[in-house]
Design a protein around this ligand. Structure first.
Ligand code: PBG
Length: 426
């Protein structure tokens, strides 16, 4: 492809390099697209010289002046005729065209036009890849989540991260399967500096220093009760005592090298408390992604199977939100903003697009959407049963989350979708 450079004496760079290399590991030859800047305000830039990179304009024999003279004299060269009107099938009614000022289909008429007017885009940079880890060395398939595994923290995990980085996904979030023997009612293993999560963070950071590691802050994988907080004998989930534990957990993760700690517990006041605890320990640069609007959803079923973290009794309705509620998300968002959250998360994703849009419109903070395990499994199952086209539904669901206002998407499809996007570019 001939590259046209505008050799302009202007103050801003004349070449914009769309550098998809900002995805780690993409091949630079396919991804360095050179685009000449538009010659805006040409009158102010008289020294603009257009130069074709493949040398001088080709000489075909006749000069410009001779060609122009021919046309002026009426000897107009031939061009193909306007093609005949395409024929409609026999039986098509012959009617007067509707008198429409606006025919929106004009802006959808061809792939080029559709690409020009596409309002939302999606790239591997928008994905955060949730990964399940365990102490074992083998990768154990998760029955309810086809394609997902509990990964060995020293083996399978490193390979999965390498694969993700190769297609531009450089952000992950870790979920540990904690040995039953280490669980207790107060979830103390959550802040063991040598526990599975901190150990894994140190290993990953040693191998991939630029990887962005998100962590989950909640007690459920560590709690013998399977709840996100400490359970009193009457079944009440104790708020402030739980927050105390969560602060210790977040600090322990930050100490190991976590970039973003993500409280998913839905206790009141935890964002502010975690911010203060991080700052007190010198972790001013560690971000907080708050699960702002996390609903008490049945879409989490496969995840709880993956981690064996089902509540041993009761449900999570006293801390997670009622799926019937919309305005309540704003109350949570205002608190999280005031307490210093860096990112607001909505969970689940697709059934809660209205909540994503609400937070997008009401907050200047980045918005994350979590396409949760049940959403993933349904698309996988529909694909396996050949009821839907898995790949197309996957990409559409992710695009819809972006359209609703999500900046980043936590999705078990991260690797598959990023691979698809990279292949599209080739
Ligand atoms: C636990 C947690 C859950 C998920 C993420 N963090 C489960 C729950 O709240 O019971 C669910 C993720 C998914 O379903 O993909 N704090």
């Amino acid at each position: 492809m001939a590259t046209t450079l505008f050799n302009a004496s202007c103050s801003f760079p004349s070449i914009k390099v769309i550098d998809c290399k900002s995805y780690v590991g993409l091949r630079s030859n396919v991804n360095q697209v050179r685009v000449a800047s538009l010659p805006v305000a040409t009158s102010q830039r008289r020294s603009l010289v257009v130069r074709a990179s493949n040398g001088h304009a080709k000489k075909l024999g006749r000069s410009d002046a001779e060609c122009e003279a021919d046309v002026a004299a009426g000897n107009v060269p031939e061009a193909p005729p306007v093609p005949p009107k395409p024929v409609a099938p026999a039986g098509t009614p012959v009617i007067q065209p509707l008198n429409l000022n606006r025919r929106p289909r004009r802006n959808r008429a061809s792939p080029t036009v559709r690409a020009a007017f596409q309002e939302t885009d999606i790239s591997p940079a928008n994905f955060v890849y949730p990964l399940f880890i365990h102490e074992g060395e083998e990768d154990t398939p998760i029955g309810a989540m086809p394609g997902c595994y509990r990964l060995g923290w020293r083996h399978g995990l490193l390979q999965e991260v390498a694969k993700a980085r190769a297609v531009g996904v450089n952000s992950i979030v870790l979920f540990p399967k904690v040995p039953e023997a280490l669980k207790n009612p107060t979830g103390d293993e959550a802040y063991n500096d040598n526990g599975l999560v901190p150990r894994t963070i140190r290993l990953l950071k040693d191998k991939y220093p630029d990887l962005i590691i998100y962590t989950d802050v909640a007690l459920d994988p560590y709690s013998s009760d399977g709840h996100d907080g400490i359970v009193r004998e009457d079944g009440v989930i104790m708020n402030d005592e739980t927050v105390h534990q969560l602060c210790k957990q977040a600090v322990s993760q930050a100490r190991a090298g976590a970039d973003v700690v993500s409280p998913s517990d839905m206790m009141d006041g935890r964002v502010g408390a975690i911010r203060a605890a991080l700052d007190a320990e010198g972790f001013q640069n560690v971000s907080i992604m708050s699960y702002t609007a996390k609903y008490a959803s049945s879409f989490y079923g496969p995840f709880r199977e993956a981690l064996d973290s089902n509540p041993r009794f009761g449900d999570k309705k006293t801390y997670q939100m009622n799926p019937a509620n919309y305005r309540e998300a704003l109350i949570e968002a205002r608190e999280d903003e005031a307490e210093g959250a860096d990112i607001l998360l909505v969970k689940p994703g697709l059934p809660y697009l209205d909540i994503i849009r609400l937070l997008r419109d009401k907050s200047p903070l980045p918005i994350a959407a979590y396409q949760v395990s049940g959403e993933y499994s349904m698309i996988k199952a529909g694909g396996v049963l050949k009821m839907i086209d898995e790949e197309k539904v996957m990409m559409e669901s992710l695009m819809c989350l972006r359209r609703a206002g999500a900046d980043i998407i936590l999705t078990y499809f991260a690797l598959q979708a990023a691979t698809y996007l990279c292949n599209q570019r080739r």
